[in-house]
Design a protein around this ligand. Structure first.
Ligand code: 56B
Length: 340
């Protein structure tokens, strides 16, 4: 059987048939103009991944790659029912929420001498051990903790069986192709198979597989094993934050019916038509923003720095974090799943 459409093909297909979500051309241009002002800054450069985020590894060695693999294997579904009542993790004097609470818990475990980034540990870690590692400072636990335990055991066993327990071996099998690595990850690790149906076609967004490739590129600083020749073929990562920030910036529009559902905080299931339209249109929207930004850079006569969808995504995701208050009026879609 043929594989699903690629994330980029899937996004274009969904955007072309979407009913409740649309891309606003004027909004796309205004976001591109916002990014143009940052195009030569640290926020839109590969080095920003380390420079701007204190929890990310400083090194570019095997241990750092293993850190990226275990965090991206668990990089999903951090949103809480009530935003003022959520999982928090204190680490080195700071309190972290959401995705960062995951990273803080991983670093805290390593400081406590728990080898959470070693496949030989997490392949057989017990549920109680995983609950302890990802414990919250509040009475709200990290969401889907049982699923996280199951995925750690499953992924650790496969990494031991197929790649001698080291994700760097998996990276090396990709022969410096981002696409090969993405497909090798999806074929090898079931929890990364972010694939669904839309209008009779099998489509993929591969959100965690793509961010894993991107974070591997970032932690290796685009050098050596991380020097992917086709890194620009990786698209943005279809999560629940990017749609929110794209709507906030006017690049994405929701139908009245969908906006009312979102404002009511209704749940969506993974693969629902409207959930797929939100993710697909967001992905396609960032592709259009990238194209527009590259045109603006060209017109400005600036030398064309390496601007790709990964760097735009990282910037927009950080922007969403920094503008949480301003975005209160724009809801994010609530799906509980292991894919994003
Ligand atoms: N599109 C996109 N989605 C991303 C990331 C990240 C963090 N990654 C990079 C960011 C800094 C480091 O440099 C990491 O490399 C997490 N997420 C998703 O967001 C959601 C969590 O959100 P909140 O509840 O607010 O923490 C959840 O679906 C999670 O999967 C990204 O970068 N892009």
């Amino acid at each position: 059987m043929d594989g699903p459409l690629s994330p980029r093909e899937s996004a274009e297909f969904v955007a072309g048939k979407s009913r409740d979500v649309s891309i606003d051309g004027g909004g796309v241009r205004s976001v591109a103009e916002l990014l143009l002002a940052k195009a030569s800054g640290p926020e839109l450069s590969p080095g920003g991944w380390k420079a701007l985020h204190e929890l990310n590894p400083r090194a570019a060695d095997e241990a750092a790659v293993s850190w990226v693999f275990v965090t991206d294997t668990l990089n999903f579904s951090f949103w809480s029912e009530h935003d003022e009542h959520k999982c928090l993790v204190g680490y080195k004097g700071k309190t972290y929420s959401g995705y960062w609470s995951l990273c803080a818990a991983v670093n805290r475990a390593l400081d406590e001498g728990i080898p959470i980034t070693s496949a030989s540990y997490y392949a057989t870690a017990t549920l109680d051990q995983v609950k302890h590692i990802f414990r919250s400072d509040t009475d709200v636990p990290m969401p889907l903790i049982e699923e996280r335990h199951r995925i750690l055991n499953e992924t650790g066993k496969i990494l031991l069986e197929k790649f001698q327990g080291s994700f760097l071996n998996c990276v090396r099998k990709s022969e410096k192709s981002a696409q090969k690595l993405m497909h090798l990850v999806v074929e090898s690790f079931p929890s990364y198979r972010d694939v669904t149906q839309f209008e009779g076609k099998r489509i993929s967004f591969y959100k965690r597989a793509q961010i894993l490739v991107a974070d591997t590129w970032s932690v290796l600083e685009g050098k050596g094993d991380g020097c992917f020749t086709d890194i620009s073929s990786i698209t943005m990562f279809a999560d629940y934050r990017l749609p929110q920030v794209l709507a906030h910036l006017g690049a994405l529009k929701y139908s009245k019916e969908l906006l009312e559902k979102l404002l009511r905080g209704e749940m969506f299931s993974y693969g629902d038509r409207q959930e797929v339209e939100i993710r697909g249109c967001s992905l396609w929207c960032v592709e259009l923003i990238r194209d527009c930004l590259l045109e603006l850079i060209e017109k400005k006569g600036e030398k064309n720095r390496e601007i790709n969808s990964i760097l735009l995504d990282y910037y927009l995701w950080d922007y969403a974090r920094d503008h949480r208050e301003d975005m209160k009026g724009i809801p994010f879609h609530r799906t509980r799943c292991i894919y994003y």
